[in-house]
Design a protein around this ligand. Structure first.
Ligand code: C2E
Ligand code: CA
Ligand code: CA
Ligand code: CA
Length: 269
């Protein structure tokens, strides 16, 4: 009806206005250095931490807390991804290495990467020189990518991935099983790890279909010799069910929430 149409138009307009706002405020926030990174622990089968995933956070005075699910997409479509990606990579590596300096561990750092970043000239070199500047081994870095933008320039992305992997950097397919082309990407991308999407973990305990899908993903990972991480694990029941199915690496609120890394007590001055 006309009424529905008007409502729909209004929603579209509001969505557009918010997008424009986010784009303007994000551009400013990036130049003023107002974004931050938090880190969520990744644990093994006996709940011992082996690494952290870096997640970006943005609090804006007018918009409040804006989630990366919303503003990363805006950055990608408005030319801000190079600046955002650079901030994320530099800040994650620096803060993580300071944290490790205090801990003396060989933990891994997982960083989310937009496919657009692979197309920036010099990306592989920038990453490798950051790692060496902050004393991390390339083997400690995992790049998490989603298939969302996997359409064009595929060969260019592949070349950069191969260059980084030759140096020891690992590649993880995020949100595995949620996209249209998960299986074909498995064949074409050089991968080291799959992350089972949280939506599968949510349904794990009460939906047999979901159980079968998780079992399939676990067996795909095994037969392709890929690491497998279950993410979004919130309860002991989910953890135990995944363990029983043969999953050995985990991430989720049950083990630890994303938080700033504590760099240990500063010496008093
Ligand atoms: P993702 O990479 O799949 O990250 C997992 C998301 O699930 C994170 O949300 C994390 O905070 C949340 N999470 C982790 N464990 C649990 C749990 O047990 N329960 C629930 N309910 N949630 C859990 P976040 O930080 O809001 O990030 C959303 C998405 O935004 C990420 O999904 C990722 O695709 C993107 N993103 C986040 N940080 C970055 C970044 O630095 N760069 C890029 N390119 N994308 C990022
Ligand atoms: Ca991720
Ligand atoms: Ca994910
Ligand atoms: Ca996601």
């Amino acid at each position: 009806s006309l009424n529905d149409w008007c409502l729909y138009r209004e929603e579209l307009e509001q969505a557009y206005i918010r997008r424009v706002q986010i784009e303007q405020r994000l551009r400013q926030a990036l130049s003023l250095g107002q974004l931050t990174m938090v880190f969520q622990p990744q644990v093994d089968d006996v709940k011992v931490v082996y690494g952290y995933e870096a997640l970006v956070r943005w609090y804006d005075d007018e918009l409040g807390q804006v989630g990366p699910d919303e503003f990363v997409g805006v950055a990608e479509s408005s030319g801000l991804m190079p600046a955002l990606g650079k901030f994320v990579m530099e800040t994650s590596i620096r803060e993580f290495s300071e944290f490790l300096g205090a801990q003396g561990k060989m933990w891994q750092l997982a960083v989310n990467i937009s496919v657009l970043q692979f197309l920036q000239p010099g990306f592989a070199n920038d990453v490798l020189s950051l790692l060496s500047r902050y004393g991390l081994s390339p083997k400690q870095l995992v790049l998490e990518m989603t298939e969302s933008l996997f359409i064009s320039n595929f060969d260019d992305v592949l070349a950069v991935l191969n260059e980084l992997r030759k140096q020891g950097v690992r590649v993880s397919m995020d949100d595995f099983g949620t996209g249209y082309s998960s299986l074909s990407l498995l064949r074409t991308l050089p991968l080291d790890e799959l992350k089972i999407d949280k939506s599968f973990i949510d349904g794990l305990l009460d939906d047999h279909k979901v159980q079968n899908m998780v079992a399939s993903i676990i067996s795909i990972a095994r037969s392709h010799q890929l690491e497998l991480v279950a993410e979004g694990v919130e309860t002991e029941g989910q953890y135990l069910a995944l363990m029983a199915m043969g999953c050995k690496l985990f991430q989720g609120y049950y083990f630890g929430r994303p938080a700033a890394l504590a760099v240990g007590p500063k010496s008093p001055h």
